[in-house]
Design a protein around this ligand. Structure first.
Ligand code: PMP
Ligand code: GLU
Length: 397
């Protein structure tokens, strides 16, 4: 059977694929420590679950408006005003099946063959494939460890071509954890506005942050910046709701209406019950966000302290997220059973097969020196996983 050229360029999400592999190995009875999954290990708070049960009992089980129920859009506009200092109207919001779906809708709306899209590396795994699906060209700009994996204004300006249509910004960043200060964002925004480049601002980790400065939404930097920004967010990480599949985009009415057309011809509305639960998530008590953030911070501090003691593995202190992007390249000149372990895929394969510990190869995020570890698991699990990494690396010669 003939598959389209479009689909032949698309790979499965490496993070989801690896998480599935870990699940399958565990189901076979293998004792694997998974550092691969990109989701909180906490359960969805009870008040949110209860709201879903009530919606279910009330028969809120039929199609909703394609772009989301008005109550949820109002909860989102109130949240964007309250937390991010940006005013959006109801018709400037579209609720989708997760931020990933929002990003797909955005790409389908604003990108096509011949367009260039700037993607700073390390990047989240799906950006490249989502851009490729539209026929546009990803222009990868490598950020350096020295800059804390932040895109500099000079790098941004130098990557612009007459065809540049958009830039993906993701902060706090998956996988590096790096975020941007207000001043850094101002500089990037100035360049985007001057060159009429759309900023796709993926802020799904905004609440999992360890810096003293609060998260700054780039759209809040001025009306001109807001005009060129599509703010993307999700309920997945903030409320431990990855399986509910609710995310959203906020942008001008023309864009939102075009995205709604795509959604109306593809998925229709996101699940009705999940939308009602999300209203409660955004309008109800917010205390679990801070208690869970504190728990993540404890785990982060623990993992950093332990990684320092593993020879040849280094990492920076992430500003946010529940990921550590650790550099293993000091071990890349070594061998195991005659096989050179000289890249992140081989290193991840070696650690999984020999050490029963699963990490995501950095190359999936555009950096082959590093591997990603998720610390969304208990301190005991993290401890055991790091012990395994340390012991397994000792087998390299
Ligand atoms: N953006 C980033 C940076 C992510 O890590 C993820 C994965 N959770 C998403 C978007 C998509 O999130 P979701 O579709 O679950 O809302
Ligand atoms: N965003 C998460 C991760 O990076 C979830 C997996 C995915 O959606 O690809 O692991």
């Amino acid at each position: 059977m003939k598959l389209t050229r479009r689909i032949q360029s698309i790979k499965p999400s490496p993070t989801l694929e690896l998480s599935a592999k870990v699940g399958a190995l565990k189901a076979e009875g293998k004792d694997i420590i998974g550092f691969a999954a990109g989701e909180p290990d906490f359960d969805t708070p009870d008040n949110i679950k209860e709201a879903a049960v009530i919606a279910l009992r009330q028969g809120k089980t039929i199609y909703t408006a394609v772009s989301g129920i008005p109550e949820l859009k109002d909860a989102i506009t109130a949240k964007l005003k309250r937390d991010n200092g940006v005013s959006y109207k109801r018709e400037e919001i579209i609720v989708s099946c997760g931020a990933k779906h929002s990003l797909y809708n955005i790409a389908m709306t604003i990108l096509e063959e011949g367009d260039d899209v700037i993607i700073p590396a390390p990047y989240w795994v799906s950006y490249i494939d989502i851009v490729c699906l539209t026929g546009a060209t990803p222009v990868i700009v490598e950020t350096t460890k020295e800059s804390g994996f932040r895109l500099s204004p000079e790098q941004f300006a130098a990557a612009i071509t007459p065809r540049t249509r958009a830039i993906f910004l993701n902060y706090p960043n998956n996988p590096t954890g790096a975020t941007y200060t207000r001043e850094q964002l101002q500089e990037l925004a100035r360049i985007a506005v001057k060159n009429e480049i759309m900023i796709i601002s993926d802020e799904v980790y905004e609440k999992i942050i360890y810096t003293p400065e609060p998260h700054v939404s780039i759209a809040s930097l001025g009306e001109d910046v807001k005009d060129f920004t599509i703010t993307v967010n999700s309920l997945s990480k903030t409320y431990s709701m990855t399986g509910w599949r609710i995310g959203y985009a906020a942008a001008n009415k023309k864009l939102v209406s075009a995205m709604t057309n795509i959604q109306s011809q593809s998925t229709s509305n996101p699940t009705s019950i999940a939308q009602y639960a999300s209203v409660e998530a955004l309008n109800g008590p917010q205390d679990t966000i801070e208690s869970r953030r504190l728990e993540f911070e404890k785990r982060k501090d623990y993992i950093l302290k332990r990684i320092e003691t593993i020879p040849g593995v280094t990492c920076d202190n992430p500003d946010g997220t529940f990921y550590i992007f650790a550099d293993f390249s000091a071990h890349y000149d070594k061998k195991h059973n005659g096989l050179n372990i000289d890249n992140s895929v081989k290193m991840a394969g070696f650690l999984l097969e020999e050490g029963n510990v699963a990490l995501v190869p950095g190359i999936a995020f555009g950096n082959d020196s590093c591997l990603r570890l998720t610390f969304a698991s208990s301190i005991e699990t993290i401890k055991e996983g790091l012990d395994r990494i340390n012991n397994t690396l000792k087998r390299l010669e």
